[in-house]
Design a protein around this ligand. Structure first.
Ligand SMILES: Cc1cc2nc3c(=O)[nH]c(=O)nc-3n(C[C@H](O)[C@H](O)[C@H](O)COP(=O)(O)O)c2cc1C
Length: 331
């Protein structure tokens, strides 16, 4: 081999690893600047997103099967204090943001009253916040907190039309103590195989776990505190990194995400309940989970979908959506 051939060979072998290193560095720079954990309250958007997250833990707390009596008081107190800070910092810029969290807190107070739990300190803080923001509690009428729904209604709406399918799908956090049939699971998998993918590579994969294996996986995931044992079937959606080329290092997350959303809707369509559960964790945690549940290292975990047979009646979190005027820009 001549010197120039050796040089060419080394250059070819190293060019992609170097490109990936540069890509990683670029992503690192964006993370350092835009990640919500860095200088959170100095940026209105970061503060709003993190407040929405805290708000969600309250509505989620109300939507699980067995809520602890008087649960969540420390979290609600912390949320109100942070909302007061938001109002001081950004109230003049975007006060309407406060309406959704205030509605959740109002629903939380009503929930505790129904449970005959006294929370005078929280009620006082809530009134102080309304007062400081100059928002009358009577005007807070946004549906928030939780709603009771019937399985028969959800199933009827799921097979109605596309709009009723989307509007009747909710994350369900507890199920009947039985395993969904393979027939229904496979009907949903077949429907979701209609998902578009970059160059039709279909690099997604699903891994299904039942019973105690499902509970154990959810305990490791750790986003289902208080309801790990209420979900008896988990589908882990992964995407195969081997399906993607040097110029598309993140495409696996996009194709995998599109597939996962279709699977969630398809499960609802075939009459099962479902909930997406995060795999958005640091690699150390994900590798540990992946090894434990026997998922090959070339696959990246996209999301865990808890699924199951719906009970006749369930509580679901209303999870109010933003208006499209705040999420869309015409260019
Ligand atoms: C990627 C992803 C990860 C999620 N992770 C969790 C989780 O760990 N625990 C949980 O209770 N809900 C989780 N959810 C469910 C969301 O809380 C829920 O989708 C959101 O509040 C909207 O409510 P809806 O699904 O009822 O419309 C997750 C949803 C998505 C899309």
């Amino acid at each position: 081999m001549t010197f120039s051939q050796i040089y060419k060979d080394i250059r070819t072998r190293l060019s992609l690893p170097i490109l990936f290193l540069m890509e990683t560095f670029t992503y690192w720079m964006r993370l350092c600047r835009y990640n919500a954990s860095i200088n959170t309250d100095a940026d209105i958007r970061k503060m709003q997103y993190t407040l929405l997250r805290e708000n969600h833990t309250i509505e989620k707390g109300m939507s699980i099967r067995n809520t602890r009596r008087g649960f969540g008081q420390a979290k609600v107190t912390a949320l109100i204090q942070r909302l007061r800070r938001y109002n001081r910092m950004y109230g003049s810029q975007d006060k309407s943001f406060l309406v959704y969290p205030l509605s959740t807190i109002k629903a939380y107070i009503a929930y505790q009253h129904q449970d005959k739990v006294d929370i005078p300190e929280i009620e006082k803080l809530y009134a102080t916040l309304c007062n400081e923001a100059n928002i009358s509690s009577n005007t807070i009428v946004l549906p928030a907190g939780i709603e009771r729904v019937l399985a028969t209604n959800l199933q009827k709406e799921a097979v109605g039309n596309f709009s009723s399918l989307l509007y009747s799908r909710h994350s369900i956090r507890y199920f009947k103590d039985e395993i969904p049939s393979k027939d229904l699971l496979e009907q949903a998998l077949i429907l979701s195989s209609r998902t578009p993918s970059a160059c039709n590579r279909q690099a997604w994969h699903t891994h299904i776990y039942f019973g105690e294996d499902s509970h154990e996986l959810l305990r490791m995931q750790d986003g289902c505190k208080g309801f790990c044992e209420d979900i008896h079937c988990c589908i882990v959606v992964t995407a195969d990194m081997k399906g993607f080329l040097g110029h598309e290092p993140f495409q696996c997350y996009i194709d995998g995400g599109l597939y996962a959303q279709n699977l969630i809707n398809a499960l609802h369509y075939v009459g099962l309940g479902a909930i997406p559960l995060s795999c958005g964790f640091l690699s150390k945690k994900l590798y540990k989970i992946q090894e434990k549940i026997n998922i090959p290292k070339n696959e990246v975990m996209i999301v865990i979908i808890g699924t199951g047979v719906m009970l006749d009646e369930m509580k679901i979190a209303i999870s109010t959506r933003k208006s499209i005027s705040s999420t869309n820009t015409y260019h």
